[in-house]
Design a protein around this ligand. Sequence first.
Ligand code: SF4
Ligand code: SF4
Length: 91
Amino acid sequence: MEIDAKLGLDVFKLDKEPHIVVKNEICSTVCVNRACLYVCPADLYELDDQHRIVVNWEGCLECGTCLICCDARALEWTYPRGEFGVQYRMS
Ligand code: SF4
Ligand code: SF4
C-alpha cells in the first residue's frame, strides 16, 4: 500500500485548542532556515499572506520532527490531550 493511502486511513479527533503554537516573533527575528516548512511529513507548515508561519495542527501525525528541527525554539509543542489527536489505522 502506498504511503498516501496509508495516511488516508488515519482518523483525527480534534481538541478545541491547538497542541502546536508558533511564536512568530521568534521566527521573524531569529530563524534563518525556516526548517519547519520543509521537514513536516504531512506538509502542515506554510506561510500566510503576511509571510507568517502557520501550522495546520489538525493534521498532525505527532512525530515531533518540527520541534526537533526548530533550532530557535519557536514552537510550543505538546501531545494532544488523551483521546485526541491522530488515531492510526493499520488496515
Ligand atoms: S523553524 Fe522554528 S523558528 Fe524557524 S520558521 Fe519554523 S517555527 Fe519559526
Ligand atoms: S509533529 Fe510531525 S506531523 Fe506534526 S506538525 Fe510537527 S512535523 Fe508535522
